[in-house]
Design a protein. Structure first.
Length: 355
């Protein structure tokens, strides 16, 4: 049987993260912010089986390159991988197919699609013409996935059959990052340039919009004083948007024109990838004092994902920590109460930084 081949496609590098604009001691809320990107490999695998959640097997060997490496969750994920491998029937693809997999267990979420799956796709862009991209058909994100890859010169885009794994003679797998939020600007910056070209057909526009992401239609992480916040937001010249009502390219178009982005923590902030360099971001998060040891994952106090992402994209970042409201059973989904006086100060700080 031919040997599997692993080829390094990206060298390891260190990323220094710009410190938050506001509050002044904001860095202490996130430590550590700087991070190391490990070298990334491209695997060419013979006779592979792939589950619809993106777990990849070479024969009966589960490939660790196909999922995250959080120690506390390995046992659960490995069990899920094997249950999927053994529990679902498989469809064998034609021998001529060279399948490409870029999604993982979480790629049904917008954040992971934008910040993990698309960068893996860009890591193999020189080979797009020979590869058939397989996407999961069981997630609510299928329209976003389809629209975001429809403009790429891939050989084809195909979907996993319903309730099936796939077996393929030739699989191309860009290595999954070990941890989430280890963003690689070497991939994200070209992604921004590509999609900007898709929506800006003429001379690039000057970013001018001030956008507030509303979550009043979401089932969790709403603002208990949304009306009060929106009153201030409108007074400061922002427009209120509900990103779930926009297509993928409509969201890209909006962000290409956005200078200042504000709102509560959520996947919509992933769209800052498409904002022009030099803009600013203000994120609302639950304050540290209301987080338990179990909720403070991976050794940090606040969620550092968007602080890091803003830095990668050349954007200023500020965070407004908020009191929790309502149900205390879930920190990640808990509603927030925003101090509007502090919100006004935070907006002032970001505006001063981007002028």
């Amino acid at each position: 049987m031919p040997m599997d081949v692993s080829k390094k496609i990206l060298n390891a590098t260190s990323v220094s993260v710009s410190r938050p604009i506001w509050p002044i001691d904001g860095s202490e809320l996130f430590l550590p912010l700087d991070y190391q990107i490990n070298s990334r490999s491209l695997l060419d695998i013979k006779r592979a089986v792939v589950t619809r959640s993106g777990f990849c097997f070479s024969g009966f060997h589960l490939l660790p390159e196909s999922f995250y490496r959080y120690p506390s969750r390995q046992r659960r994920w490995i069990m899920r991988a094997w249950l999927s491998r053994l529990g679902w029937r498989k469809r064998t693809l034609e021998k001529s197919c060279r399948a490409l997999i870029v999604h993982n267990l979480f790629a049904g979420g917008y954040f992971f699609w934008i910040t993990e799956a698309l960068p893996k796709l860009w890591a193999v862009r020189e080979r797009w013409g020979e590869l058939e991209l397989f996407l999961p058909s069981h997630t609510p994100l299928t329209k976003v996935m389809a629209e975001s890859v429809s403009c790429l010169p891939l050989k084809s885009v195909r979907w996993f059959p319903e309730d099936r794994n796939i077996a393929v003679d030739s699989l191309v797998l860009p290595q999954n990052s070990a941890f989430k939020a280890n963003f690689d600007p070497r991939l994200l910056v070209p992604i921004r340039a590509f999609y900007t070209e898709q929506v800006v057909k003429r001379q690039p526009v000057q970013a001018f919009r001030r956008v507030y992401i509303a979550r009043d239609g979401a089932s969790y992480r709403q603002l208990a004083n949304e009306e009060q916040v929106q009153a201030l937001i409108l007074e400061r010249g922002f427009e209120i948007v509900r990103l779930e009502q926009l297509s993928f390219l409509e969201q890209v178009q909006l962000m290409v024109e956005t200078q200042l982005l504000v709102g509560p923590h959520g996947a919509g902030f992933s769209n800052m990838v498409f904002m022009p360099e030099g803009g600013g971001v203000l994120e609302f998060q639950l304050r540290t004092e209301e987080r338990t040891a179990e909720d403070i994952e991976d050794g940090y106090l606040l969620n550092k994902s968007f602080c890091r992402l803003a830095s990668c994209m050349g954007l200023g970042y500020a965070v407004l920590t908020c009191d929790g409201a309502g149900d205390e059973s879930s920190v990640k989904g808990r509603d927030l109460r925003v101090d509007v006086d502090k919100l006004a100060l935070a907006i002032d700080a970001v505006e001063a930084d981007i002028r």
